[in-house]
Design a protein around this ligand. Structure first.
Ligand SMILES: [Zn+2]
Length: 269
């Protein structure tokens, strides 16, 4: 059983001509890879034809079981003004967490416009997810999501579940060291089996070494994700299987941790 906790519905890699087609394609890819559930992350760009925003994602999912969503507050455009909206969506369980995009957008995780969202999520025991690392072809942007800022947030909101995705690639060692002693930090694996990410981060053995250490330190806090469609689901499954984990720990990474952290109600047929 596998839950992919990080996918987007987009046509960025020209896999489909519409978001509807991209969504249908995702359903097929899920089935092919034995993915029984997924968390779809709407983009922080709204109303675009290239990637589904929250409204579009809600429409596409419809009544389907086992597909979940995160919210993506518009920090630059709307500051803290969407707090009421996200509080409602979280309480109605329309979304399972909030994702922040420092580095896509020019703000730091410590930006005071973000703080009311962290307070809300801490109060409701809902995780926040931070995009980290370089963007393809842009290393400058990583200054916005340096994990040193994320550590500050995790230490300020001690009960907040703080999830780092992309492991601040290509600086995995730095990210491991700086987060090592912060127990409310979680890791989600999206893009870590991507060719460019692997090459720039020191090769697949380096990725494996960091993941083994991280899973050893926090077996309940590492979550499987892929960043489909920009990354291949198959490579990510292969990466986790290549770590030589016990069956018990592998099950945690593939789905149990996600169920616990995001509080997912999975329907089994
Ligand atoms: Zn992503």
């Amino acid at each position: 059983m596998i839950i992919d906790s990080h996918v987007h519905i987009s046509i960025y890699n020209k896999n489909a001509v519409s978001l509807e087609e991209a969504f249908e394609l995702f359903l097929k890819v899920m089935e092919k890879n034995g993915i029984i559930s997924a968390i779809i992350i709407p983009d922080n760009i709204e109303g675009g034809d290239g990637i589904a925003d929250l409204d579009k994602a809600i429409e596409l999912i419809g009544q389907r079981e086992n597909l979940f969503l995160l919210g993506s507050p518009q920090i630059i455009q709307r500051g803290s003004n969407e707090l009421g909206k996200y509080q409602r969506l979280l309480k109605e369980e329309k979304i399972k967490g909030l994702k922040f995009f420092p580095g896509h957008d020019p703000y730091f995780p410590t930006d005071e416009r973000c703080l009311p969202y962290y307070e809300l999520c801490e109060k409701l025991d809902i995780p926040v997810l931070f995009h980290t690392g370089e963007n393809s072809g842009d290393s400058e942007c990583a200054k916005w999501n340096d994990p040193k800022h994320i550590v500050q947030i995790a230490k300020k909101y001690l009960k907040l579940k703080v999830i780092i995705t992309h492991y601040y690639w290509p600086k995995l060692d730095y990210c491991y060291e700086i987060t090592k002693d912060v127990s409310n930090i979680y890791f989600e694996l999206a893009a870590l089996a991507d060719k460019e990410v692997v090459e720039k981060s020191g090769g697949i053995e380096k990725i494996r070494e960091i993941l083994r250490k991280t899973i050893f330190d926090r077996p309940a806090k590492v979550i499987f994700g892929t960043d489909w469609p920009m990354c291949e689901i198959e490579n990510h499954i292969e990466l986790v299987k290549s770590l030589g984990l016990s069956k018990e720990i592998e099950e945690k990474v593939f789905y149990k941790n996600s169920i616990n952290v995001y509080k997912l109600d999975i329907v089994k047929h």
